[in-house]
Design a protein around this ligand. Structure first.
Ligand code: NAD
Ligand code: DAU
Length: 367
């Protein structure tokens, strides 16, 4: 639907969420559409291999929701949306997000994550510079990752990433995210651009594309397929339930000072092998197999190249300054997550069969 400025003015805020058909973006879109009926939420997503409009089907018909299939590297298209809706906020999640893919093909990571972010920054700056209020009451929230900080040693568990930890990315994925963070900071420092950055640890929960560890392994356990654990499974990740991440984004978007950055994490470090064992026990329990019956599926495979040893986020700043803390224990989050995947086998099947690509046509093209 075309919208002119007069119509745009009926909404208290007009916010573009990029990547809103992906895993975290879909949770954020749902939260914003439902919590803020006075806001217009514009989901901008190119629907790459992991974008799936079915992830937001439950809010697709809400009056304060719009969807545009647009590539964030397309300056003209993004500028057009900025003008069409008189956008005053951007929460930027669209990205190539899988480390293994970045090792196989780094170029698309530079294009989407670096040039895409720069395109959004420039389009927002250009549009906001022409408005009477300038940058006042505008916000660009860049969603980034703990991987920009590099890796921590295993033998010093007290070491964690803080907001002031120097950047030291290792993978093409984290290099591209680090580069995008630097562009966001450069815009804030150079132009007084109203940007904030959040760097979060590993997310898990419903709607995660099953190339990532937890959904891939849940599906494989159910199907009695091998669980490919990289190396010896000793690498450590800090896991956070996706609902807690998007609650933190909501808070930072609304309350952080311009130029601020916040680390987000669950103080919840697990070695991969311990996590896989816990996951097997939970899936077995929920599907009525003897807990641990599927431990035989664990298969140690060649390690990921340049595999970061350990990530751990110190999220005390966002707790102290904005009052955020995780709402779920890992035990609860894992139980809910396994329950969701078991109850939504159709969702998983639509991805593994490729049928999910048809949802877009059904929902938008055939109307
Ligand atoms: P995802 O891969 O599930 O989703 C990415 C979305 O971006 C998809 O819907 C895809 O279609 C869209 N997209 C990709 N390229 C695009 C382009 N050129 N133009 C428009 N849309 C495009 O990713 P996710 O796991 O939900 O991660 C979202 C963001 O959060 C990313 O920026 C990621 O770096 C960051 N992050 C993820 C995690 C995690 O554990 N998953 C943790 C911290 C930070
Ligand atoms: O830390 C935040 C990051 O977490 C995000 O920025 C990334 O977008 C997100 O993909 C995630 O990166 P990881 O590489 O940590 O996630 P992944 O699920 O791919 O892997 C988690 C760990 O499990 C990692 O140590 C590699 C290992 N692994 C993964 C897969 C897919 C395996 O052992 N076997 C596997 O098959």
């Amino acid at each position: 639907m075309e919208m002119n400025d007069t119509m745009a003015a009926q909404w208290a805020r007009r916010i573009i969420v990029t990547g809103g058909a992906g895993f975290i973006g879909s949770h954020l879109v749902r939260r914003l559409v439902q919590r803020y009926p006075q806001y217009l939420i514009i989901n901008v997503d190119a629907l790459t291999y992991c974008g799936n409009v079915a992830n937001v089907a439950d809010v697709a018909n809400e009056p304060n929701y719009r969807f545009h299939r647009v590539d964030i590297t397309d300056y003209e298209a993004i500028s057009g949306l900025m003008r069409q809706y008189d956008v005053d906020g951007i929460i930027h999640l669209a990205a190539e997000s899988h480390v293994d893919r970045s090792i196989a093909d780094p170029f698309i990571f530079a294009k989407t994550n670096v040039l895409g972010t720069l395109t959004l920054l420039q389009a927002a700056k250009d549009h906001w510079s022409t408005s009477p209020a300038g940058f006042a009451d505008k916000r660009f929230h860049h969603v980034s990752t703990d991987e920009v900080f590099g890796a921590l040693p295993l033998d010093q568990p007290e070491l964690m990433f803080s907001e002031t930890t120097p950047y030291a990315p290792h993978s093409p994925y984290s290099a591209s995210k680090a580069s995008s963070d630097h562009f966001v900071r450069a815009f804030a420092d150079t132009y007084g651009f109203p940007a904030v950055i959040t760097n979060c640890s590993n997310n898990y929960g419903p709607y995660q594309f099953p190339e990532k560890l937890i959904p891939l392994f849940i599906n494989n356990i159910v199907e009695r397929r091998p669980l490919p654990v990289y190396g010896q499974g000793l690498n450590v990740r800090d896991w956070l339930y996706v609902g807690d991440h998007v609650a933190a984004i909501d808070l930072v978007f609304h309350q952080a000072a311009n130029g601020a950055s916040y680390n987000i994490g669950g103080f919840n470090q697990w070695s991969n092998i311990d996590l896989v064992r816990a996951l097997i026990a939970e899936v077995d329990r929920q599907i009525g197999r003897e807990p641990g019956a599927d431990l035989d599926l664990i298969t140690y495979v060649t390690d990921r190249a340049g595999h970061d040893l350990r990530y751990a986020i110190d999220s005390s700043r966002i707790s102290r300054e904005l009052g955020w803390k995780p709402s779920l224990t890992f035990e609860e989050g894992l139980r809910i997550t396994v329950q969701w995947y078991l109850a939504h086998k159709d969702w998983m099947e639509s991805i593994t069969s490729g049928a999910y690509r048809e949802y877009y046509k059904q929902m938008y093209e055939n109307r």
